[in-house]
Design a protein. Structure first.
Length: 725
């Protein structure tokens, strides 16, 4: 990797000697260029000149390098220097195509085609990424060729995207033209500055080689991490604004000045907080391990300084969407060194602080006072159990997850105030759902898992899918509960291809749930599909669909009794082949019930049941002290009673009784698909509550519960509005 990173850096530096001239010389010329033969000749001559100079530089480097490294060499194997040189040959050609791409990008920017530039770049990058993933034991040379080909694909895509005949390139050699010479005189100082800058970039990598193996890669990766925000915001911002300003200055100085001031102010609003944030993060990364409470400081500063200076509603809603999406990604949206401090926890903390300091409008959620108050009482009583808890650290952790889950539910109800916003949220969720299905299929086919999957963490072979989540039961629960929500987005439309896509999604979800060996997941899927179809189809078609499904299932079962079928055997095994698991589950339930009795149904303290259950299962001797030494009860309802007693269970019981009543009423009284969503979510939650070992930490389940409650709120508001009319 050191050889690859050094070779790539060297070629970027060499090719970029002429690269800055595209932005500083070529784009201003394009802004004032007329669609005439003379200006076209000047443009094509200038392009020929910078491409020829770069070509000569590369050719000179390759000739000298070939003579130096390989002339008369008879040694076996490649040294670091020889491998680096061979990689520079491949990556040099690739970077040369990137110079052509930058010229084509300038053409497209002048025509205002900014989106197509990014699409071509993303597609080419994805192609190379897919090849690298699916190719086992990829060598560094093959990786270099793959990345180089992606640059070639990007270049070809940009060339074909440029439809403006004004910019079609034809080699011209009008060296004596006065305008061309003027452009070259402007290029000289730009090139000299570029040479100095490229040397400063390349020199640290040369010096890093002397420190030992791995230092070049470390330095390259560190620079890339630091430049991520610069690339995402500053460079993309400039690439859009620079052509626009250039054209404006050619048309009208006054108009251009106004745009310039507007752009500077807008850029400052983005760049200054970004730079301040990076500096603060670097400082906090040094001090927070010593003083953890310092992590609160940036959140408070952001809340106090910016909350009254921006359009709070739009920013808070956008941040809410970001929190929801980050909730699905979990630890995958984190730094490798800090998997527990992932993006979701950072964003929800920022959102909570901003919400405290912003203006609030609770008028839209007045109809849901009962369930929201119940959740608040649930948290307060859990805090009260700190007075008698056996392990305060477990209790504090559990209280944090309670606050997190309740705030997720509250956010969904508070910010989804219209069906338009609901559909927007469901679109984002459905896209993420499709990605998760793809991950599940990849796991089933390849037997490989993502980094935080239980199979990877515990290092055992298991083809059962886990998706974004940790274990298979949780993944099956996620697939089932969000199938209903994705169905609302797809089947609300009358388009036939949406229904076809829904059928494909149903087939994939069914396959993945069966592959997960989850009993509650399969039963929940059957129930939710029935709920959805009953709302979508007429009664006769619904009964026909149920009959056809039953016949198909029976036929498959009979056929499988004569001919071996892996899928059917897996489904049967999910219900009949888990004797040990069922016995262990029954033992845990009996123990938790006895634990409640032993503590007179007052609770052992929030979050402490897993500790008692672990001791009952594994004892206290010869236990791996590096583990968590906890075992969840795999039952949400028993866990709450055991943790905080019957008194603490009352508010959460009222919450779900309210939810059940509203879901049943809405399902009966509403003929459209919207009425099925709260019931589908509740069914999914009930399945998770007795099948998952980590329901309190499963943000995706509480997001779904919040969306179901938001649907209830929207339908209640519609009903109230009709009554007033």
């Amino acid at each position: 990797m050191d050889a690859f990173n050094f070779a790539n850096t060297a070629m970027v530096c060499l090719v970029n000697i002429m690269g800055p001239s595209v932005a500083t010389v070529l784009i201003p010329f394009l802004a004032k260029m007329k669609d005439g033969i003379e200006d076209r000749n000047i443009l094509n001559t200038y392009i020929t000149a910078i491409m020829a100079i770069t070509y000569i530089l590369l050719l000179t480097y390759f000739i000298i390098g070939s003579i130096y490294f390989f002339a008369g060499s008879s040694s076996h194997g490649l040294t670091f220097q020889e491998l680096t040189f061979m990689l520079t040959f491949i990556l040099g050609i690739a970077q040369y195509t990137r110079l052509i791409s930058s010229i084509q990008t300038a053409f497209l920017q002048m025509d205002g085609k900014f989106i197509i530039i990014k699409i071509v770049a993303v597609v080419s990058a994805i192609l190379s990424y897919i090849y690298i993933i699916i190719t086992p034991n990829l060598s560094i040379m093959e990786a270099a060729v793959c990345i180089g080909l992606s640059y070639v694909v990007e270049c070809i895509g940009l060339i074909f995207s440029n439809k403006n005949k004004k910019y079609k390139y034809r080699a011209k050699f009008k060296w004596a033209d006065a305008e061309f010479r003027k452009l070259m005189r402007l290029t000289v100082p730009v090139t000299l500055n570029s040479v100095i800058y490229q040397v400063t970039v390349l020199l640290p990598n040369i010096l890093a080689r002397f420190f030992g193996e791995g230092y070049i890669s470390t330095m390259v990766y560190a620079n890339q991490i630091i430049s991520i925000m610069q690339t995402l915001i500053i460079i993309n911002l400039i690439s859009m604004l620079y052509p626009t300003l250039t054209r404006s200055f050619n048309r009208s100085i006054e108009e251009a000045k106004k745009k310039l001031v507007l752009f500077i102010n807008g850029s400052n609003m983005l760049v200054i907080p970004m730079i301040s944030g990076i500096a603060a993060m670097i400082l906090l990364s040094i001090l927070s391990p010593i003083f953890p409470l310092l992590l609160i400081v940036p959140v408070l500063v952001i809340g106090l300084l910016y909350v009254n200076k921006i359009n709070v509603d739009k920013w808070m809603y956008g941040l809410f969407i970001a929190v929801i999406m980050a909730g699905f990604w979990g630890a995958y949206a984190s730094l490798p060194q800090l998997p527990s401090l992932f993006l979701f926890r950072i964003l929800i903390a920022i959102h909570f602080i901003l919400f405290l300091f912003s203006k609030k409008d609770f008028s839209t959620i007045k109809l849901l006072k009962v369930p929201l108050i119940c959740m608040a009482v649930w948290i307060l009583y859990s805090v009260l159990t700190l007075l008698w808890t056996a392990d305060s650290s477990l209790s504090l952790s559990a209280i944090y997850f309670q606050i997190e889950t309740c705030y997720i539910v509250f956010m969904c109800v508070y910010y989804i105030t219209s069906w338009e916003k609901m559909r927007q949220v469901l679109l984002y969720i459905s896209c993420n759902y499709v990605v998760s299905l793809g991950i599940g299929l990849y796991e089933v086919i390849s037997g490989k898992h993502l980094r935080f999957s239980a199979g990877t963490l515990l290092n055992y072979e298991d083809s059962r899918p886990t998706g974004w989540l940790v274990n298979t039961n949780d993944y099956a629960s996620y697939l089932v509960i969000y199938f209903g929500l994705a169905s609302l987005y797809l089947l609300s439309s009358k388009k036939k291809w949406h229904f076809a896509l829904w059928l494909v999604m149903l087939a994939i979800v069914t396959l993945l749930v069966i592959e997960s060996h989850s009993r509650t997941g399969f039963l929940g899927l059957v129930a939710i599909v029935a709920l959805v179809l009953f709302k979508v189809l007429r009664i006769q078609y619904f009964l026909l669909a149920i009959f056809a499904g039953a016949v198909a299932f029976c036929s498959k079962t009979i056929y499988s009794s004569f001919v071996s079928s892996d899928l059917t055997s897996q489904l049967v095994d999910s219900f009949t082949g888990k004797g040990d698991s069922t016995e262990e589950r029954m033992f845990m339930y009996k123990f938790v019930i006895q634990l409640c009795k032993d503590h007179h149904f007052l609770g052992v303290g929030v979050g402490n049941t897993p500790r008692f259950l672990f001791e009952a299962l594994y004892g206290t001797a010869n236990v791996d002290i590096t583990g968590s030494q906890t075992m969840a009860a795999h039952n949400f309802w028993l866990s709450i009673i055991s943790d905080i007693g019957l008194i603490g269970f009352i508010p959460i019981l009222i919450f779900f009784l309210y939810y059940l009543y509203q879901a049943a009423t809405i399902y009966i009284t509403n003929s459209n698909l919207k009425g099925a969503i709260p019931a589908a979510v509740l069914l999914g939650f009930i399945g998770v509550s007795v099948g998952s070992s980590s329901i309190f930490e499963m943000r995706v389940i509480w997001i779904a519960l919040g969306l179901g409650l938001a649907v209830i709120c929207l339908l209640q508001r519609e009903k109230k509005a009709k009554q007033i009319e």
